[in-house]
Design a protein around this ligand. Structure first.
Ligand code: F6P
Length: 363
């Protein structure tokens, strides 16, 4: 294991006195020196997290580096809950990740950790990382995971690279996150089934999908399932406008209606929307379906498996190249790095042309 210290660029002050001012470190060692890289998943599980973990393990170990699997995210780090391999070592090897590429969830498990959110928690995590001589971390998760990484970097001088693992596709700077496409597949499959009943009974279904403050899952689901209406946090839609649209669709002979509502929509979700539409005189008999955590599970799509594999590999290469404080991102098919501060801030805006397309096609 690497016994070297990490030398942060001269312009930075990294140790217990504020955030890093740079995204690179200079290693005192030669490239040939082995590193010990920790990998963990944090926040909501997403399909493809296992494929990403597999890629991290294999990309690192084939180059002679060690990988420590940290279970249950930041909370597991605080409890030194490490993966144990077949040889009873606290290490992951190529066989530790055999067969997991197609599994949903995360074999490393995950958590949301209130303890880690405190200075004391981050200092404790720093001491544990030093004690186990971990040089770099790959953090697979969403914006909360990235914020945790930034907080940790106030105390810990190792390298941290993120991989965007969340179904929400809400991270700035990456076109897609690991798990998003699979979640959309799951939602579309569900809506296709609801359409059968909607057509048979001449009904309307109001389907609520996840996404927290983002409308990505709702918009992509609506487009792919041929929904008539999508309610997104990014677009201001009133119940009165929806009622007017429903009357128009009725006049044009539409027998069934699907409204996809993002859970973060300003109208308050599917139940509230349904009540409001009924008060205003909805021209269709309706039912509410909340898809919920069904969208988080299941085997990752080929697209998510490949994206996860590329991102895990790129995360390891980035650490070996001395990068830190950044998130792996995909832009127009190319892998790149985006500072955590940018990736976890602001809003990943849904594409306006997709919103327009839904209006054009929903006739
Ligand atoms: O971030 C993923 C996500 O599934 C969101 O879409 C949703 O709002 C949230 O997590 C649900 O969190 P929990 O599983 O803690 O209820």
């Amino acid at each position: 294991m690497a016994t070297h210290e990490w030398l942060v660029c001269p312009t930075t002050s990294c140790y217990n006195d504020g955030p890093r001012a740079t995204n690179e470190v200079n290693r005192r060692t030669t490239d040939a020196m082995a590193m010990r890289i920790g990998v963990f998943c944090s926040g909501g599980d997403a399909p493809g997290m296992n494929a990403c973990t597999r890629a991290v393990v294999r990309a690192a170990t084939t180059q002679g580096h060690e990988v420590v699997g940290i279970r249950r995210g930041y909370q597991g780090l605080l409890e030194e809950d490490f993966y144990i391999n077949a040889a009873n070592e606290r290490l992951m090897d190529a066989r530790s990740v055999s067969g997991i590429i197609g599994w949903g969830g995360t074999v490393l498990r995950t958590s949301r950790s209130p303890e880690f959110q405190t200075d004391a928690g981050q200092q404790k995590a720093t001491a544990i990382l030093r004690q186990h001589r971990i040089d770099g971390l790959v953090a697979i998760g969403g914006d909360g995971t990235y914020r945790g990484a930034m907080a940790l970097a106030r105390f810990w001088d190792g390298q941290i690279i993120g991989c965007p693992g969340t179904i929400d596709n809400d991270l700035v700077g990456t076109d897609f996150t690991i798990g998003f496409h699979t979640a959309v597949n799951t939602a579309v499959e569900a809506v296709d089934k609801l359409r059968d009943t909607a057509e048979s009974h001449e009904r309307m279904f109001i389907v609520e999908v996840m996404g927290r403050h983002s409308g990505y899952i709702a918009l992509f689901t609506a487009l792919a399932a041929g929904a008539e209406i999508a309610c997104l946090p990014e677009t201001a839609t009133t119940a009165e406008q929806i009622i007017a649209q429903l009357h128009e669709l009725r006049r044009r002979g539409k027998r069934s209606i699907i409204i996809v509502v993002a859970e973060g929509d300003e109208l308050g979700g599917a139940v509230k929307l349904s009540e409001r539409l009924d008060q205003l005189g909805c021209p269709y008999s309706s039912r509410v379906v909340i898809l919920g955590h069904i969208q988080r599970g299941g085997s990752p799509s080929p697209n998510d498996r490949i994206l996860a594999g590329r991102m895990g590999d790129f995360a390891v290469e980035s650490i070996l190249a001395g990068k830190t404080g950044q998130a792996v991102s995909v832009v127009s098919g190319q892998m790149t790095l985006v500072p955590f501060s940018e990736a976890a801030s602001g809003h990943h805006t849904v594409p306006a042309d997709y919103v327009r397309l839904l209006d054009v096609l929903a006739q």
